[in-house]
Design a protein around this ligand. Structure first.
Ligand code: NAD
Ligand code: UDP
Length: 310
C-alpha cells in the first residue's frame, strides 16, 4: 500500500505518517511547512518507506507510480494560524482539496478529507450530530476556515457522486497531544506554555465556553478505521468529555505543580463557539470506535512533551 498524506509535517499528519508506516504502508508526505515542521518527521529520516516532498498542494501535484490512498490534512488549523493566513487557508481548502481529489481520481485511490467540527460553526444543536447543517458566519474572521472546509466537503461528495471516487470525510473535534506547536495559539499549548513559564493563563471571555478534547492516538485510530470502512458520508471523531475553558485552565494549573501562574481574563474573540461536543454514535456503531485515553492521562503525556520542547 502506498499512501499520500498532505499536511504530513503537521501535528495530526505526522502521527498519521507514523501509524500508516507501522501498518506497513509506504508514505509520501506532501507539505509546504506553512505551519508544520521537519522536526515532526525527523525520526523517520532513515525509513526507506517514508519520503517527504516540499510542495504547496494548492498548486497542481504530480506523483510517480501507484497510489492507494490520499489523506488530505494540509490546512492551517489553529484559529491564530488561519487568521494570520486567511487566503492560503481558503486556497488549500478549495484548490488544495481539488488537487488532492484529482490525484486520487487519476490513481484510482481512496480519498479521505480532514474536515472539522467548525463546519457546525457556533452550533445551536448540542451535542453535534453529523446530520446537523451548522450555524456558520461566512463573513466573520473564522469564515476563511469554516467555509473552506464546507466547500472541501461539498467537492469531496461531488467527486464521489460524479466521478465515483471512494471518498471518506472525518469531522475532527479539538484534538491534542505531542507535536502541537507550543506557540500555535490553541488553548492547550497556550495554557501549558503559560503554566510552565509561570506566566498569566489567558482565559478568553469568562471561560464558560466548552470544548471536548480528544487525544491524538484516539483520533488517528478513528481515521484509520474510517478509511477501511465503506462509508462516504461525514463521521465525527472526537472525545465527548466536555469541559469549560475555565475548568481546563484549572486542570492544567493543578498538573503543573508549583506553577506561579494565575488566570487573567481577556476579550473573547469574535464568533467563538459557545459549546462544542461531538455525538459519536455513528463512529461507535459504524466503526466500533471509542476514545480510550482519559484527559488526565493525555494532558500528562502532552505536558511531558512540552517540557522537552521548552
Ligand atoms: P497543523 O497546522 O499542525 O498541520 C497542518 C499541516 O498542513 C502543516 O504541516 C502545514 O505546513 C501543512 N499545510 C498547510 N497548508 C498547506 C499547503 N497549501 N500545502 C501543503 N501543506 C500545507 O494542524 P493540525 O492540527 O495537524 O491539523 C491537520 C488537519 O486536521 C487540518 O486539515 C485541520 O483542519 C484538521 N483538524 C484538526 C483539528 C485539531 O484539533 N488538531 C481539528 C479539526 C480539524
Ligand atoms: N482560548 C482561551 N485562551 C487561549 C486560547 C484559547 O481561553 O489562550 C479559548 C478560545 O476562546 C476557545 C477555546 O479556548 O473558546 C478553544 O480555542 P482554540 O483556539 O484551541 O480552538 P477552537 O476550538 O476555538 O477552534
Amino acid at each position: 500500500m502506498r499512501t499520500v498524506i498532505t499536511g504530513g509535517a503537521g501535528f495530526v499528519g505526522s502521527h498519521l505518517c507514523d501509524r500508516f508506516l507501522a501498518e506497513g504502508h509506504e508514505v509520501l508526505c506532501v507539505d509546504n511547512l506553512l505551519t508544520g515542521s521537519r522536526r515532526n518527521f525527523e525520526h523517520l529520516s532513515g525509513n526507506p518507506r517514508f519520503r517527504f516532498v516540499e510542495h504547496n498542494i494548492s498548486d497542481p501535484v504530480e506523483v510517480d507510480g501507484p497510489v492507494d490512498a490520499v489523506l488530505h490534512f494540509a490546512s492551517p488549523a489553529s484559529p491564530a494560524d488561519y487568521l494570520a493566513h486567511p487566503i492560503p487557508t481558503l486556497k488549500v481548502g478549495s484548490l488544495g482539496t481539488h488537487n488532492a481529489l484529482g490525484l486520487a481520481k487519476a490513481k484510482g485511490a481512496r480519498f479521505l478529507l480532514a474536515s472539522t467540527s467548525e463546519v457546525y460553526g457556533d452550533p445551536d444543536v448540542h451535542p453535534q450530530r453529523e446530520d446537523y447543517w451548522g450555524h456558520v458566519n461566512p463573513i466573520g474572521p473564522r469564515g476563511c476556515y469554516d467555509e473552506a472546509k464546507r466547500f472541501a466537503e461539498a467537492i469531496t461528495m461531488a467527486y464521489h457522486r460524479y466521478h465515483g471516487v471512494q471518498t471518506r470525510i472525518v469531522r475532527i473535534f479539538n484534538t491534542y497531544g505531542p507535536r502541537m506547536r507550543l506557540n500555535d495559539g490553541r488553548v492547550l499549548p497556550n495554557f501549558m506554555s503559560q503554566a510552565l513559564k509561570g506566566e498569566p493563563i489567558t482565559i478568553y471571555g469568562k471561560g464558560e465556553q466548552t470544548r471536548s478534547f480528544c487525544y491524538v492516538s484516539d483520533l488517528v485510530d478513528g481515521i484509520y478505521r474510517l478509511l477501511q470502512s465503506d462509508h462516504p458520508l461525514p463521521v465525527n471523531i472526537g472525545n465527548p468529555s466536555e469541559i469549560t475553558v475555565a475548568q481546563l485552565a484549572q486542570e492544567i494549573i493543578d498538573l503543573v505543580e508549583g506553577t506561579a501562574s494565575r488566570v487573567v481574563y481577556v476579550d473573547l474573540p469574535e464568533d467563538d463557539p459557545k459549546r462544542r461536543k461531538p455525538d459519536i454514535t455513528k463512529a461507535q456503531t459504524l466503526l466500533g470506535w471509542n476514545p480510550t485515553v482519559e484527559r488526565a492521562d493525555g494532558l500528562r503525556r502532552t505536558l511531558e512533551y512540552f517540557r522537552t520542547v521548552l
